[in-house]
Design a protein around this ligand. Structure first.
Ligand code: AMP
Ligand code: GLY
Length: 429
């Protein structure tokens, strides 16, 4: 089978790495990929925004299945386009992708199905939003409606921050159309957890739980990033929460989508916060998480390819996933300055020495091959995952691998999974 993976991050390297292990996979292409995918697949220099060129490539190369990594091409309708050209694609169509690309659509869906989430109001006018904020107790959360590269959510600690954020989003139009409408919502206290579900239009199959670390610096300080690390299973998840999640969140959201006339086929990833009253939805994503995927896939023993196919074909009910019971810890190595300004082109050394460690996988993100060398070419550069019989062992091994890798101005968090190590993860499973 010929497969095309769309994207160039750590998530796409992990997907390509996992699909490469399938006995059904023949040639794998990656658009546009990175130095890591280039070692196990054929990189194709087509930008993910060029949907027409991607379709043409898939046709010319007789691609049997296209797997879409990031949210932007899904929001732009890549699945609709491929399907209309009779090409098989994993990822929801444009109308289903709205669950991520419009936070207002997601909020209204949750409201109609009484799915537990933060109390919120929607505004399309900045003076109404400002007036409303004055009545609230801080902190509050302000969200741009559309996709904003993970920067469209601001936790405002006081009225001054709320007012400058609203003005930035709505009057200065900092996020373009994404911020023309906003949501103002209550701040929820709790710990976060990422769940991934393969949804085939009617039924779903859950992957194992994971947690990511969104802030740039140790101790959850600094700005939000795409994700600085992850681990799986999540130490704040258990079977009781899962059964509430099934009845209070997953079943209602699928029912709501059906009522909207939307068929979701792909990966639905609700980002949750576990409060004292139970799980609440912070957001819905319509694709695999990054870096959660880099922690989840090394634990997946089953072949991923038939699972993706069953999702497309509406047959996920017949599937099950076998998991490695060991824990996985993923540490992201970023360019100094990320998520702000950073420099690329730095030589990366020690990749082979790190990869020699048992049960360690190095997933590339912003990397580029330059002759015999590998250089940095993005904010998040690598995701180093290790498995271990305990979370603590996985963590120690991941950091041992990280210590073997060097590039100028490398930045990574030292505390990935640190707080969770104290809890006995296996008790919770
Ligand atoms: P989102 O893109 O909506 O998941 O928001 C990004 C991050 O902002 C989340 O992962 C949380 O850390 C934080 N966040 C979003 N909404 C809330 C909320 N209502 N209460 C507390 N934190 C939130
Ligand atoms: N890890 C957060 C995300 O993929 O959105």
């Amino acid at each position: 089978m010929r497969i095309l993976v769309i994207g160039s991050g750590g998530r796409e390297h992990a997907l390509t790495w996992k699909l490469r292990q399938s006995p059904h996979a023949d040639r794998i292409f990656c658009a546009s990929g990175n130095a890591g995918t280039g070692e196990i697949a054929e990189n194709v220099a087509i930008p993910i925004s060029d949907l027409i060129a991607l379709v043409r490539f898939a046709k010319e190369n007789r691609v049997d299945l296209t797997v879409v990594g990031p949210d932007d091409p899904l929001a732009a309708g890549i699945a609709d386009l491929f399907t209309s050209e009779k090409l098989r694609v994993f990822g929801p169509d444009k109308s289903a992708a709205r669950i991520e690309s419009s936070k207002i659509f997601a909020k209204e869906l949750m409201r109609s199905q009484e799915i537990p989430t933060a109390e919120a109001r929607t505004f399309s006018n900045s003076s109404d939003a400002l007036r409303y904020c004055k009545r609230l107790r801080f902190p509050i959360v302000i969200k741009a409606d559309g996709l904003a590269l993970g920067k469209g959510v601001v936790i405002a600690a006081d009225a001054a921050t709320a007012s400058s954020t609203i003005s930035d989003m709505m009057n200065q139009v900092r996020f373009g159309d994404a911020g023309r409408r906003i949501i103002v919502e209550e701040f929820l206290h709790g710990t976060e957890c990422s769940l991934h579900a393969l949804v085939d239009g009617k039924n779903y199959l859950l992957l194992e739980s994971a947690r990511d670390h969104k802030r740039a610096l140790d101790g959850d300080q600094g700005p939000n990033t795409g994700g600085m690390g992850a681990f799986s299973p999540a130490n704040n998840w258990n079977t009781k929460l899962q059964s509430r999640f099934d009845t209070e969140i997953m079943k209602p959201v699928l029912r709501g989508l059906v009522q909207e006339g939307v068929t979701f086929r792909g990966l639905l990833y609700p980002g949750l916060i576990i409060t004292t009253e139970g799980p609440r939805v912070l957001e819905f994503n319509c694709r695999f998480g990054d870096p959660e995927t880099q922690a989840l896939l090394p634990r997946m023993k089953s072949d991923l390819l038939p699972l993706l196919e069953a999702t497309i074909d509406g047959k996920i009910e017949r599937c099950a996933i076998e998991w490695d019971t060991r824990a996985a810890v993923t540490v992201v190595l970023a360019s100094g300055g990320y998520p702000g300004k950073y420099e690329g082109g730095k030589l990366i050394s020690g990749l082979d020495a790190a990869a020699k460690l048992e049960d360690v996988q190095i997933f590339h993100a912003g990397t580029k091959r330059d002759g015999s060398e590998v250089k940095t070419a993005g904010g998040r550069v690598l995701a180093v995952t290790a498995l271990g019989s305990t979370l603590e062992a996985a963590r120690a091994r991941a950091y041992e691998a990280v210590s073997r890798i060097h590039f100028e101005n490398c930045h990574y968090r030292r505390d990935i999974a640190l707080n969770a190590v104290a809890a006995n993860v296996t008790d919770l499973l």
